[in-house]
Design a protein around this ligand. Structure first.
Ligand code: GDP
Ligand code: IMO
Ligand code: MG
Length: 421
């Protein structure tokens, strides 16, 4: 059996959705294990273009069974919309998509509080997706959460009542409008009735699958440097994003995760606040225009920067990456010179990512190396040999720095726009 984890090695949006979609052809199970609908994973394949937030991006492989682990937080309306979207596209996910009853529900007060906290923090705001992620995970670890399993008993009503008493006090204190118990209860009972056919304890599904040598493909949400512990705290998300999160979030023992694919964008992007050492600020520059992206979840403009190899190397070390998948190499075509950050200095001394906190990372000086670009469009290339020499050199420089081979190279958003080495 193989268990493959696909992780983002930067600040999210590396192209994980596309990579999971093309790796899913040989998967028996495709799974999400962390985060929630703060994730936005783009998939472009024969069914169309999709921005997926909760259902594993590997669901397009018809033989794959989709699992949403207990480590994922769920906004029921988003899940139901997504199921409908996929069923309407002819994918028929019924009977092959299972949601853990252990997963926590994003409640209306989580979204409300996320927004109110952001407003209250003003210039110090995190720039969250305002999907309620921080508040729902805070409730989870402070024993205030509501899970799907609570609907099986009277727990849902009593827990909701208690939570609304607490939360309404905070909501009102922060200038928000109090929520009505009966309204929230009825809405969520309605969601439960519709989600119930998809709920299933995943313990034996996972254990039986491991015993039967099935192939699991685990899809991380967010990126390594948004991890609560190892990211640029406090400019992070509220869940663990390194592969070990799949152990708690899905029930896969860590020793089974033998392949870790580090998805790495050929440049860097970040959404929200926090340090981005290689950031390009000149919004008029050609390179800024080239790298510019719109966030898949919130529609915000992503901040952009040159490739940062200290970040990629750290991610590879931290997560035990076995292969890299380099995405968006095609976007670099047409640049005469490309800057690459090889490491950092602080106060004239070399420092590594892990030596500084987020505020220190905001102060580091990047040691840039300038490499020659290439003029040719490479979107049609399907083998490494077809790439211009300088593009090949760029790939080799990345694998040398990270100490991990680049096994796949993305040259376009479509599933087939991928070079396998
Ligand atoms: P994710 O959150 O890691 O799944 O990434 P997003 O979907 O948020 O953002 C990645 C963006 O890059 C999406 O618009 C993808 O369609 C696009 N993309 C992924 N791989 C490639 C590639 O190799 N080339 C190009 N041009 N676009 C890509
Ligand atoms: P995918 O899976 C990029 C960022 C937000 C914000 C911080 C906290 O598509 O790569 P949150 O709403 O999680 O409390 O916001 O984390 N963030 C992401 N950035 N891609 C994502 O997911 C992200 N999920 C959260 O922009 O800075
Ligand atoms: Mg994304």
């Amino acid at each position: 059996m193989t268990v493959t984890a696909v992780i983002g090695s930067q600040w999210g949006d590396e192209g994980k959705g596309k990579v999971v979609d093309f790796l899913a052809e040989r998967a028996d199970y495709v799974a999400r294990f962390n985060g929630g609908n703060n994730a936005g994973h783009t998939v472009v394949n024969e069914f169309g273009t999709f921005k997926i937030h909760l259902v594993p991006s590997g669901i397009f492989s018809r033989k794959a069974v989709g699992l949403i682990g207990g480590g994922v937080v769920i906004d029921p309306a988003v899940l139901l919309d997504e199921i409908k979207l996929l069923n309407d596209a002819g994918l028929n996910v019924d009977g092959r998509l299972w949601v853990s009853p252990r997963s926590h529900l994003i409640m209306p007060y989580h979204k409300l509080l996320d927004g109110l906290y952001e407003e209250a923090k003003g210039a110090g705001a995190t720039g969250t997706t305002r999907r309620g992620i921080g508040p729902v995970f805070a409730d989870k670890v402070s024993y205030n959460g509501i899970r799907w399993s609570d609907f099986a008993s009277d727990a849902f009503e009593s827990r909701l009542k208690m939570q609304l008493e607490l939360k309404n006090k905070i909501v009102v204190a922060l200038g928000g409008e109090r929520l009505d118990y009966a309204e929230v209860r009825d809405t969520y009972r309605g969601y439960y009735a519709r989600v119930k056919p998809y709920l299933r304890e995943l313990y034996s599904v996972v254990q039986d699958g491991l015993r039967a040598n099935k192939h699991f493909l685990l899809e991380q949400a967010m990126g390594t440097f948004l991890d609560t512990d190892w990211g640029t705290y406090p400019f992070v998300t509220a869940s663990t994003t390194i592969p070990s999160a799949a152990s708690a979030g899905l029930g896969i023992p860590p020793r089974y995760i033998t392949q870790v694919v580090g998805v790495t964008k050929a440049y860097t992007t970040r959404v929200g606040a926090g340090p981005l050492p290689t950031e390009i600020f000149d919004t008029e520059s050609a390179v800024y225009q080239k790298f510019g992206e719109v966030a898949a979840t919130t529609g915000r403009t992503r901040r952009v920067g040159w490739l940062d190899l200290e970040i990629v190397k750290t991610a590879a070390e931290l997560s035990g990456v076995t292969e890299l998948c380099l995405t968006k190499l095609d976007v670099l075509s047409g640049l005469d010179e490309i800057q690459v950050c090889m490491g950092y200095k602080l106060g004239g001394e070399p420092v590594r990512y892990a030596d500084v906190d987020a505020y220190g990372l905001g102060e580091v000086e990047c040691i840039f190396q300038s490499v020659k670009g290439w003029r040719e469009e490479i979107g049609a290339a399907r083998s490494f040999d077809e790439l211009p020499t300088n593009a090949q050199g760029y790939v080799k420089m990345i694998e040398d720095a990270a100490g991990v081979p680049v096994k796949w190279i993305g040259v376009g958003p479509e599933r087939e726009a991928t070079i396998r080495r």
